[in-house]
Design a protein around this ligand. Sequence first.
Ligand code: CTP
Length: 433
Amino acid sequence: MSKFRIGLGVTGGIAAYKAIEVMRLLQKAGCEVSVAMTRHATEFIKPLTFRALTDQYVIVDDYDPANPDPIAHINFSQNIDLLLIVPATANIIAKFANGVADDFLTSTYLASTARVMIAPAMNTTMWEQPATQRNIALLKADGVRFVEPVAGELACKTVGTGKLEDVENIVSQALSLLETTDNRQQTGDRRQETRDKNQGTSPSESPVSSLLSHDSDLLGEHILITVGGTREAIDPVRFISNHSSGKMGFAVAEAAAARGADVTVVSGVTSVEPPENVKVVRGISAKEMHEAVMKELPNATVFIGSAAVADYRPANAPAEKIKKDGKETMSLELVKTPDILADVSKNRTNGLLVIGFAAETSDVIEYARSKMEKKGLDMVVANDITKDGAGFNTDTNVATIITKNGSETDLPKMPKREMADRILDEIIRLRKE
Ligand code: CTP
């Protein structure tokens, strides 16, 4: 039996040919792939290509007399674990978001309860259109997952966000979504997931109404955030690390996604799971975290450095385990790691807001202010980690938010999730200034 059944929807964009590679990788991973195409997609690639590689009829128009199944959209939609759209145009996103069912693929979406993952690819202006971003937010509220497009040179010769994510990354995100669903032994019903998520909200607070009111105040922002502690290898067995749990950073990521932002987390070592609806990239050592951040940075509009990044790493980490050999003492030579926050600030492009954290044990405000100046930050969240209810592994925090304009806001002890919203409120205030 195949691992998962995937309905691969291909829509009309220049990246349509990349769907072949996605299909091939999914098949290699043991999945059964059935393909549906929109009419416009067939302008870029022929159904015969997919038919030859899947050995199945590829549906474009269910009214086509050649179609062997008279109720194809029902049979197709109810026999898949995931509907994966690669590439997705602004048009298909708009139709899915608004329940339009005027062809096979859109009818399949409406007739299916399977998980849905969408990998968009389009011109930057189309991607940034408020209408497109609004439709994406609606679909996210409906439980649909997105594999965000990346920045790069587009087919139209412009440079910007809108390029299809790497096919390997799309496939790995699709498989990990299915594997998590499988592990949780859920039905995989996206509508149930949405109902669960919204349990307890009154009809006036439906996901759509909340998205269109105050809850969507971060729509259009792309937040890149580092979370957790880093690990610096001493040898293949030992490492240097710190007590960071990742709770504060994940709380900010969760709150930002709930307010309509696209969120990418670069995560070091954490003791809690990342929230849903955010993209997670691993960066375990300071160097790996730095590389991952620099790769994601061109897409970001806000950078938040919440990770506890090691300032130094062992100069040499041998490939073999270090032996005691009877020695009573040992010394480690440490060298400076790259300062991610400072480098982001140095490389900032127009409009990027850069926010840092400062965990201190004394002279909190002075140290935080000097960090803000030295690293060229817009805002810093300063903690006195010796205070009751503040610090690394707690569920609460106590902080002072300092901005480059000189404002200082004291946040008394409160749950980290609530503090996350207060931090985001300050970011919105800064954005408006
Ligand atoms: N930071 C970073 N990369 C590093 C070190 C720190 O991005 N290599 C970021 C953290 O995520 C945090 C802020 O910088 O947002 C903390 O500043 P930093 O000066 O490194 O704080 P400390 O390590 O506490 O420094 P010091 O020991 O000088 O107080």
